[in-house]
Design a protein around this ligand. Structure first.
Ligand SMILES: Cc1cc2nc3c(=O)[nH]c(=O)nc-3n(C[C@H](O)[C@H](O)[C@H](O)COP(=O)(O)OP(=O)(O)OC[C@H]3O[C@@H](n4cnc5c(N)ncnc54)[C@H](O)[C@@H]3O)c2cc1C
Length: 302
């Protein structure tokens, strides 16, 4: 019920406009969004680095409305990889292709992604291409494969809730494309996605094992301790070196678990969102765990 209300609120443009401009609302997001500027995000990277955690910077935004916005988003990412390279920080970047103009023109989007990957390559920085709603999966994977063939330096994301994901992983493994595995955050119908949470979890465990055994530098992205324990069993059985895989979690979520895994010698990367367009991101996190809404409201009152 609360989850449905949050999902409904996430679609309201009026609420979004008001929230993103509100000084008070901004204060509430601090736990989950590192700030509105690149420099605030860089401070978060430094703080995490100091405690042995790597980062991936995500300049929030999705589905740009015109070419100028896509060009602007691309320039923002080029600036962020330059800053990461200058400071030699252990960070990748994460981006969404609809932010680079995928819905306007796939060829324009490819040019933008290539521009960012080329800028990142000089500093040895990987570009992680987030996966969005299922209508974008074909185009996203096509572009990731193309850029990987041309230059490398990219990581794909696969969502365990999609029926197609095992076949996609086999193809990515064959091509040597690194993959981040997550459960999936969008509202999808039963034709494309597994409906029951327990079945999504079982698929996640199977796909994580497949990636750890056969994939290139896989990233296991979850806060679910059961998923993590199952991945750790494979890591132990296969005697995998921590340089060959990593766990990934979101900024501000299960900080205890992030620290524990890093303390046990595993590579852990934290996905750090920043920027003005934080509303859809925050609402997805609220819908995943309505208790977060109480956390945010408590901050508002306290
Ligand atoms: C690094 C990273 C990158 C991601 N990239 C993508 C992407 O490209 N595309 C995509 O569709 N999705 C992406 N996701 C989101 C993902 O698909 C899930 O929606 C999200 O991670 C929640 O799933 P979970 O695996 O943590 O398991 P869940 O079953 O949702 O949660 C397991 C446990 O984790 C904790 N937890 C989970 N979520 C929260 C939260 N919001 N607040 C507090 N505690 C929480 C709780 O203890 C919960 O019981 C990404 C997630 C991560 C960690």
């Amino acid at each position: 019920m609360l989850r449905s209300a949050i999902l409904l609120a996430s679609e309201s443009q009026v609420l979004r406009g008001w929230m993103e401009r509100s000084r008070h609302a901004r204060a509430l997001t601090r736990r989950f969004v590192a700030g509105t500027s690149l420099e605030e995000a860089i401070s978060a990277v430094r703080e995490l680095d100091a405690v042995g955690l790597r980062s991936s910077l995500d300049a929030l935004g999705e589905s740009v409305g015109n070419q100028d916005e896509a060009v602007q988003a691309t320039a923002g990412y080029v600036a962020s990889v330059q800053r990461i390279a200058d400071l030699r920080l252990p960070a990748t970047i994460s981006l969404k292709l609809t932010q680079l103009g995928l819905d306007i023109s796939p060829s324009l989007c490819r040019q933008h992604l290539t521009q960012i990957v080329n800028a990142a390559r000089g500093g040895g920085i990987r570009v992680e291409v987030d996966m969005e709603a299922s209508v974008h999966v074909d185009a996203t994977l096509e572009l990731v494969h193309a850029v990987h063939r041309a230059s490398g330096g990219v990581r794909a994301v696969i969502q365990a809730y999609l029926h197609r994901s095992e076949a996609d992983i086999h193809e990515l493994n064959r091509a040597g494309v690194p993959v981040r595995l997550c459960k999936g955050a969008y509202k999808e119908g039963p034709r494309v996605a597994i409906a029951r949470k327990s079945d999504v979890d079982a698929n996640f465990e199977r796909l994580a094992a497949l990636l750890l055994r056969e994939g290139k530098e896989p990233a296991i992205a979850t806060h679910d301790e059961r998923m993590i324990r199952s991945a750790l069993d494979v890591i132990q059985a296969e005697k995998l070196n921590p340089a060959c895989y990593e766990f990934q979690m979101l900024y501000g979520i299960r900080r205890d678990l992030q620290a524990r895994l890093a303390g046990d010698g595993h590579s852990v990367r934290i996905y750090i969102p920043y920027g003005d367009a934080w509303y859809p991101y925050l609402m997805r996190r609220m819908a995943e765990r309505p208790a977060n809404l109480l956390f945010v409201l408590r901050n508002l009152i306290g």
